[in-house]
Ligand binder design. Structure first.
Ligand code: CA
Length: 421
């Protein structure tokens, strides 16, 4: 785990004034990486760092000589920490870089963002135990949680080609569905389109095939975190998922927030990883003292919805749920890395591991509509009187995330929004 250092100092302030404002997602203690260009231009995307309401063009500062995020992600821990220290020092109040770096700033409002790196492979896990239990009850009332759940971090290989960045607009998927009482399936648009509130963990340095990453080293291979909405067509999923798991119900679109918040930035917001009394302890390859001490991430996440009607009337998105990642996740990011590679599988820079839907223990902390509406049986009523069981065309779903803790400066993950049409 990263130790706290001068870049986390709560007293540190930036000469970029908006970075010092209370409630900003991007104070000088955060410094997340993304890929941007001037909106409306055909420039190549380049690496930027979010600071307040600005983007710092990292190559223009002279600190790096690449526009390739995957190259940056492949750097070793020491290089990564040195880069963070240099960015922090240059953006700090009183820095002699202010005059030169001021010219390397672009307002975020004028920047177009893209997915933060080339994502070679995408694996989606299922670490949200409350989500797994609630969904399990809907699909299999007699056995909600499969017997392997508390032993193996469950996952499947997802699809990278349809991952987009916040602002993504996608068409409602068509597919096969079969009502429980119908003799045969029918084909048509999904009627049970849902979102999934997840984190995306991004791999930095990879591993050689055949050489697993030990859990003690796992965090050195984690570059950072984004918010992830893993859109899901529940009716397609219910018909197709056995025996090999989700396929077309998941791979039509997945949307990411644009900023990779680094594991270094998250260092002040770590929590103990603990198993409830009576649950099995992880097998030795999924266990370490450091993971027990601070393997979990103390991130608050919230989900908001804006219908087409609300948008037309200028009504802001309304919050559906808010919850804590640490309470929702049964496995830590380090355990996912150790498990993924234990058989010799090689991870590469830019690979993404989805956390799985992060639902809290309480019903109003659910990370998907299928849970909030009890399988579509209990519609939710929005403040303007509209009702929803699943998403309707024109709905925009927004996920936000942030970390707050006494003695640390609040940092945010930004937001991911996406719209189905
Ligand atoms: Ca998922």
């Amino acid at each position: 785990m990263t130790a706290l250092n001068a870049t986390h100092d709560p007293k540190l302030r930036s000469w970029v004034a908006s970075a010092n404002e209370a409630g900003t997602d991007f104070p000088i203690q955060n410094l997340p990486f993304g890929r941007f260009r001037t909106a409306g231009s055909s420039e190549d995307f380049r690496i930027g760092v979010a600071i307040g309401d600005q983007v710092l063009d990292l190559r223009a500062t002279g600190l790096i000589d690449t526009d390739d995020m995957n190259v940056l992600m492949n750097a070793g821990t020491k290089e990564r920490q040195a880069l963070r220290a240099a960015i922090s020092a240059g953006l700090a109040e009183g820095s002699d870089r202010q005059a030169a770096w001021s010219k390397a700033l672009l307002p975020q409002a004028r920047a177009e963002m893209t997915v933060p790196c080339r994502i070679g492979d995408y694996t989606d896990f299922y670490t949200g135990i409350h989500h797994a239990t609630t969904i399990g009850k809907l699909f299999r009332p007699d056995q909600p949680l499969m017997p392997n759940y508390k032993w193996v971090p469950i996952g499947y290989h997802g699809r990278a080609s349809s991952i987009g960045v916040s602002g993504q607009v996608f068409k409602r998927p068509n597919g096969q569905t079969k009502a429980p009482d119908a003799a045969e399936p029918t084909f048509g648009p999904s009627k049970r389109l849902d979102y999934e509130l997840e984190l995306g963990f991004f791999i930095g340095r990879g591993n050689v095939q055949g050489e697993p990453i030990a859990i003690a080293d796992a965090e050195e291979h984690l570059f950072g975190v984004t918010l992830l909405n893993d859109w899901s067509a529940r009716d397609l999923q219910a018909w197709e998922y056995q025996p090999l798991g989700p396929f077309l119900s998941k791979n039509f679109a997945s949307t990411l927030s644009p900023w990779l918040v680094t594991m270094e930035a998250l260092a002040p917001f770590r929590s103990k990883f603990e198993r409830p009394a009576g649950d099995p302890q992880p097998l030795p390859y999924l266990d370490s003292a450091a993971n027990r001490e601070s393997g979990a991430l103390d991130i608050t996440v919230e989900v908001l919805l804006q219908t087409a009607k609300m948008r037309a009337e200028g009504v802001a998105p309304v919050r559906l749920t808010r919850g804590s990642v640490a309470e929702a996740a049964y496995w830590t990011a380090a355990q996912l890395v150790a498990h993924h590679t234990v058989n010799g599988c090689n991870l590469q820079p830019g690979d993404m591991l989805g956390s799985g839907t992060l639902s809290g223990p309480k019903p109003d902390e659910a990370g998907s509509l299928i849970e909030l509406t009890q399988g579509g049986k209990q519609p939710i009523t929005l403040p303007n009187g509209e009702k929803r069981t699943f998403l309707e065309d024109g709905d925009t779903l927004v996920i936000r995330g942030y970390c707050e803790r006494l003695g640390a400066v609040r940092i945010g993950l930004g937001e991911v929004s996406g719209t189905v049409v």
